[in-house]
Design a protein around this ligand. Structure first.
Ligand SMILES: O=C(COP(=O)(O)O)N(O)CCCCOP(=O)(O)O
Ligand code: NA
Ligand SMILES: [Zn+2]
Length: 306
């Protein structure tokens, strides 16, 4: 069934596992997520970004997820990813989202607090959980000077204050991850000591953005279809496994789903130039999506937790 975010994540942090939050943009991605969650008896977040809202329509995606979630046995949370402003959050609340993120982390702290408090008041009034962000994920360019990079990472003491002043339900932090398929040359540096210090001060579930791994098997297969993803790199599994016992309870995955869907589509389109049944083309993408989604539930130890 569709459930509120807080109950799912409080349990995850308490019991030392994480819940993947997968971005959806259409029917096939939503099907893949829910079929695997059901198969593995795992709770799951399905999140809608601004881009997805523009591509598919917020109400369309909300109605699809709500209806499909009502027909599965595992807990499903419908989450607004990177809510840009109060208006967008209100639209999500009206559409029946059960969790919303207000991302005001690029504003000065005082404004982030103000914006976030406003959203908390509205969302909590209708029983919906709130995620906010403190600190900024490094940009795609990794030519950020060390000092600037420091300024982007979440300050533990500030995090404690931010949580107290805003009343949020879970906190997104910056400890070295970044959005997209190009997370820097080699292995991205994840600041586990900083995470431990944040987790010592903040008892709320912590959220990791930019956590896609760009798995080797997926990258190799994509390269074999002629996809130009040679420079693509992700977060290492060991860093994910290390972050979970240190308070990370929600882990955002979008890029790995994009790569999986693209692999399926390219394999059919490049491999069978005579194929023009979209169900065969997108369907192959859905198969690879299910494989990646299975791996995420296993990596995060979400299996059997529903
Ligand atoms: O943290 C993440 C995903 O991180 P990842 O890129 O490592 O998967 N997310 O929050 C997903 C962000 C998707 C937003 O993009 P569009 O507006 O273009 O849809
Ligand atoms: Na989010
Ligand atoms: Zn994000």
């Amino acid at each position: 069934p569709l459930v509120v975010g807080k109950e799912v994540l409080d349990k995850a942090r308490r019991e030392g596992y994480a819940v993947p939050s997968f971005n959806t943009n259409n029917l096939e991605i939503t099907q893949a997520i829910l079929e695997v969650a059901e198969e593995l008896k795992a709770p799951v977040f399905i999140q809608v970004s601004d881009g997805a809202r523009k591509y598919a329509g917020m109400e369309n995606l909300a109605n699809l997820v709500k209806d499909m979630a009502s027909r599965v046995r595992v807990p499903v949370v419908l989450h607004l990813d990177h809510g840009a402003d109060f208006a967008m959050v209100m639209q999500a609340l009206r559409a029946g989202f059960t969790s919303v993120m207000i991302d005001a982390s690029h504003h000065p702290l005082e404004e982030n607090v103000r914006e976030t408090r406003k959203v908390v008041e509205a969302a909590h009034a209708v029983g919906v959980s709130v995620e906010a962000e403190l600190g900024r994920l490094q940009g795609i360019e990794d030519n950020v000077q060390v000092s600037e990079a420091e300024a982007f990472l979440t300050d533990p003491e500030e995090a404690e204050r931010f949580v107290a002043e805003t009343g949020i339900d879970y906190l997104a932090i910056a400890i070295g991850t970044s959005h997209g398929a190009y997370k820097g040359k080699g292995r991205p540096y994840i600041d586990h000591r900083r995470l431990q210090e944040i987790a010592r001060r903040v008892s709320l579930p912590l959220v990791l953005h930019g956590a896609s791994g760009v798995p080797a098997w997926l990258k190799e297969k994509l390269l074999a279809t002629g996809a130009e993803v040679k420079e693509a790199t992700g977060i290492h599994d060991e860093d994910i496994q290390k972050a979970i016992p240190n308070g990370i309870a929600k882990i955002n995955i979008d890029t790995d789903l994009r790569l999986a869907m693209t692999l399926g589509i390219r394999e059919v389109v490049v491999g069978n130039p005579r194929e023009f049944d979209p169900r065969k083309i997108i369907g192959k993408g859905r198969d690879y999506l299910k494989q990646v989604i299975r791996e995420k539930f296993q990596l995060m130890r979400t299996v059997g937790r529903a």
